[in-house]
Design a protein around this ligand. Structure first.
Ligand SMILES: Nc1ncnc2c1ncn2[C@@H]1O[C@H](COP(=O)(O)OP(=O)(O)OP(=O)(O)O)[C@@H](O)[C@H]1O
Length: 604
């Protein structure tokens, strides 16, 4: 059995009424290099486009740098010698250069978005198919909201950053290097003067980043708390209303909201000071460079055109520095998001079918549990030495107090979980040696909590067997007793259900569920009887539907109302994961043991 551990320490489930449930991971990747390499694997599937982007990027940067450099010949060769036609020609050349640069820039951004969105599309698809391959144990031990946020927040972060940040980072770095090279080319001495202030700028920037990162983390946590709380209140509206929790909820929300405002203000204030500080340093730097440059022009023969171009560069110098530092945070967030996505990708999927796994064909429906022992977590046994023998067409009922292990037994037959010891077999074939899909096709499960998809009634029933024709579906609905209410729906079988069939009654959803299992034509049935109180008439209709479904099929019924299991071939009484009594209704009643107590309502 593969061990699943929660993939994140985030968001613990609340107990009882809505409580504070917010905490999102610190926005910093644990292993940035690995994440970048993995992201690169995704990006590099589009090598040609990336090469084109790189070429456009270089053209774009080159034109910017060249444009500024043109000041030198323009001043030296045309303005100082007063060559007007030449000057006009040069201005047109300059214009041409800028147009090429702008065109490259536009295409660059467009292509990057195409590459980014395609990458994100593949990433999302991989994530989804990975999720589908994970065992139920994974979903038991991970918060669903947190898993959802990998699809939304994390994927968004990666997407944003691929769309803009990555490109900007590249542009800024290359521009910075280009500017430096050209400055050195024009005047190494003046470059030295300009660069003196750079370490100071970098030091201030990194100090501010360090400090503001802390504030950003607390802001993210506060935001997570607010999000989590809102989600909880929305999903728990019924409970909130019924217990008149509105005022307390509003108060709690106000606290969280205030906390978020506080943290967000601090974070923004801190990160907001960076730009002006860097800008001012830049201005000081410019003044210093201009003064020294002027002196060099007077005393050391630096050409005026060169000086003008140089000053232009020194003004531009601050921008890439600024951009690199401002993209830093969002890049960190994206890498952290990507890391959380890859964490899921690295989860161990359901154990693959064994090499010689067989398909179940023409199954009669004999089911046997032999000395089965199982626990959800290693070391904590939930089922002990379970022995069950169900012959073709028999009805086996499982009864027992809550938490006794009834549902657990039924989770093992479709191999939602693998057993630790013992054997479960169908028609004598160990289910471990059966292909999972084939195993699940021979079974149908009618759960208490029906899950209906956003689709028509017809499609929802067809979910049981995708190859079923419309006639099959309708026949199944008739058999299940669902047909008459479906006919009364506004669009009959073509009525669209949404929000998990929120517009249907509990009983109606249950009937659709039965119809779905009927259309599946399973050899073996697992029924979890509804506990929720439905009126007696609906109950009778549902019971009739279930009885029809069970006809000639081996069925296991988890019974909550003992009146419905009287006609079972065998009743198994479970207590603390063990079968403590077994036999028919008459036998068990005569025995006057646990079943008798449960049946007659006489408890210790
Ligand atoms: N996904 C799970 N992970 C870990 N433990 C679980 C899980 N599901 C159930 N358990 C534990 O296994 C034991 C048996 O639970 P099970 O759901 O099988 O009981 P049950 O007899 O079906 O109860 P009920 O009648 O209330 O549905 C319980 O102690 C429960 O806490």
């Amino acid at each position: 059995m593969n061990e699943q551990t929660p993939i994140n320490n985030t968001r613990t489930a609340p107990a009882g009424l809505p409580s504070r449930r917010g905490h999102i991971s610190v926005e910093k990747p644990k292993n940035a290099k690995r994440v970048i390499l993995r992201l690169w694997k995704y990006l590099s599937r589009q090598k040609m486009l990336l090469l084109l982007i790189l070429a456009l990027l270089l053209i774009n940067i080159a034109t910017t740098l060249l444009g500024s450099y043109f000041l030198r010949p323009i001043i030296n060769q045309y303005i100082i010698p007063r060559n007007v036609p030449g000057l006009i020609r040069m201005i047109f050349v300059l214009l041409g250069i800028y147009i090429v640069g702008a065109a490259a820039g536009i295409w660059l951004n467009r292509l990057m978005i195409v590459v980014a969105q395609k990458t994100i599309n593949i990433l999302r698809a991989d994530l989804f198919s990975k999720l589908q391959s994970l065992p139920l144990k994974f979903f038991d031990s991970n918060n669903h909201g947190d898993l959802m946020s990998r699809f939304t927040n994390d994927v968004d972060n990666v997407s944003d950053s691929l769309n803009t940040s990555v490109l900007q980072l590249f542009t800024s770095t290359i521009t910075l290097l280009g500017i430096m090279a050209l400055m050195i080319y024009i005047s190494p001495l003046l470059t030295l003067v300009t660069l003196i202030i750079v370490p100071l700028m970098l030091w201030i920037a990194s100090a501010i980043i360090k400090k503001s990162k802390g504030y950003f983390t607390t802001q993210q946590n506060a935001l997570g708390a607010v999000d989590g709380y809102v989600e909880e209140i929305i999903t728990g509206q019924k409970v909130v209303k019924v217990f008149c929790y509105e005022d307390s909820a509003a108060m709690e929300f106000e606290k969280l909201n205030y906390d978020l405002r506080d943290k967000a203000t601090q974070a923004q204030l801190y990160s907001g000071v960076m730009q002006p500080i860097i800008q001012n340093l830049n201005t000081i730097n410019f003044a210093l460079t201009a003064t020294v440059g002027g002196l060099l022009a007077i005393f050391r023969g630096l050409d005026l055109g060169g000086l003008a171009a140089f000053l232009q560069y020194s003004r531009q110098f601050g921008r890439p520095v600024n951009e690199i530092s401002s993209q830093y945070n969002s890049l960190q967030a994206a890498l952290a998001g990507a890391e959380r996505i890859f964490q899921i990708m690295d989860e161990v999927p359901e154990v693959a079918d064994t090499a010689g796994a067989v398909r179940l064909i023409n199954i009669k429906g004999d089911v046997e549990f032999k000395a089965v022992t199982f626990g959800y977590d290693a070391g904590k046994v939930v089922l002990k030495n379970i022995n069950i023998q169900a012959k073709v067409g028999q009805k086996i009922a499982l009864v027992g107090s809550t938490g006794a292990g009834k549902t657990t037994i039924m989770n093992l037959l479709p191999r939602f979980y693998d057993i630790q010891s013992g054997v479960i077999s169908i028609d004598g074939i160990d289910i471990k040696n059966v292909q999972r899909n084939s195993l699940r096709e021979t079974l149908a499960i009618v759960l208490q909590d029906t899950h209906l998809f956003t689709a028509t009634v017809m499609e929802n029933i067809r979910y049981g067997r995708l190859a079923a024709t419309d006639q099959d579906v309708i026949a199944a609905a008739v058999l299940a007793g669902a047909d008459s209410f479906i006919q009364r729906l506004p669009n009959g079988y073509h009525t669209l259900l949404h929000n998990d069939g929120g517009n249907l009654s509990q009983g109606q959803r249950q009937l659709l569920n039965i119809a779905r299992s009927t259309v599946a034509r399973p050899s073996i049935l697992i029924l979890d009887e509804a506990t929720s109180s439905i009126d007696t008439r609906t109950e009778q209709i549902i019971q009739k539907g279930m009885d029809q479904l069970m006809k000639n099929r081996t069925s296991f019924v988890i019974a909550h109302r003992l009146s419905t299991v009287r006609n079972a071939d065998e009743i198994l009484v479970l207590e603390n994961g063990e079968i403590i009594e077994r036999g028919s209704h008459q036998v068990l009643i005569a025995k006057k043991g646990r079943y008798f107590q449960l049946y007659t309502g006489q408890f210790d």
